[in-house]
Design a protein. Structure first.
Length: 290
């Protein structure tokens, strides 16, 4: 209801976007009737709800194709981009955070912390353009935009990964530093366990809970469609599809993308909660008590 209200509140008229303002009023009115945008808000909303109950998102105003078919075709591209970004962000962010925590207070720690702040501060559209300028225009290593082999995936994945990488670095560093001072770590060291076993077995496993939360939230947001990244690099995913729908006032496209994105986000969060059950025995204990 909220999304439908916001889309209808957007300035602009789909009929005018399709035929232009120079078209005759009769033509514009006939297109409005064809699109059902001439009816009241309540009638339009109930008509869309009936479509949803049938498992449909309607048809695009411009292509007349089913929105569900277009989303089904573009979602694998967004999934590929999201997986590529997480493959860069997760291992690199956790490794940098671990190194920063182990080297706490040193020049290495300060350098990694500074880089993570820069990664969080750079807007995606700016970092994407910088990456495109360096790797494509200067170095001539990668194609600037479009879709194709794995070379087309590298730059958008890197652009999308930077904020998550910086976030994971900072969170893993903070979490690990807190865990290094816990009594059970001192006990493990007092028992004569090797430093590597203490850090990688006893400490790192307990640091996974907040990291899994961040990874799940970032992955869910990426599957919603990285609008700016997909638009900059011409990646044919849900984010770019939603942006085109907003620009054209293609209401069925906007609604379909938001509903699918919301559903995916909820499912990813459910999966994160299930993973908690296996990572943290305290969750299993509380669940058993309930």
């Amino acid at each position: 209801m909220l999304t439908f209200s916001l889309t209808k509140a957007l300035p602009g008229d789909p009929a005018l976007s399709m035929v232009g303002e120079r078209a005759s009023p009769e033509v514009i009115e006939s297109i409005r009737k064809e699109l059902n945008t001439d009816k009241s808000f309540f009638v339009q909303y109930m008509g869309y709800v009936k479509l949803l109950l049938k498992g449909e998102f309607g048809r695009s105003y411009y292509t007349n194709r089913k929105v569900s078919d277009d989303i089904a075709a573009k979602f694998p591209n967004t999934l590929l981009l999201a997986v590529g970004a997480m493959l860069i962000a997760v291992p690199t962010g956790i490794l940098l955070g671990f190194i920063s925590a182990v080297k706490r207070g040193t020049a290495i720690d300060r350098g990694i912390s500074s880089l993570s702040v820069i990664g969080l501060s750079l807007p995606v559209f700016w970092s994407g353009l910088l990456i495109m300028l360096f790797f494509s225009l200067k170095m001539k290593m990668l194609p600037p935009s479009g879709m194709g082999d794995i070379r087309f995936l590298i730059m958008p994945s890197l652009t999308l990964a930077l904020p998550a990488l910086a976030t994971l670095t900072r969170i893993s560093r903070t979490t690990l530093i807190d865990l290094f001072g816990m009594p059970y770590v001192r006990t493990a060291r007092a028992k004569g366990l090797s430093e590597g076993r203490v850090k990688f077995i006893h400490v790192f496993k307990n640091a996974l809970i907040p990291l899994v939360t961040v990874i799940g939230l970032d992955f869910g947001s990426y599957l919603n469609g990285a609008v700016l990244t997909e638009t900059i690099f011409g990646w044919d995913g849900i984010g770019r599809f939603a942006m085109e729908g907003i620009i054209k006032r293609d209401y069925p496209v906007i609604m379909g993308c938001i509903i699918v994105g919301t559903t995916v986000y909820v499912l990813i969060n459910l999966m994160v909660d299930i993973i908690y059950h296996y990572l943290d025995p305290r969750v299993r204990l509380y669940a058993g008590n309930d």
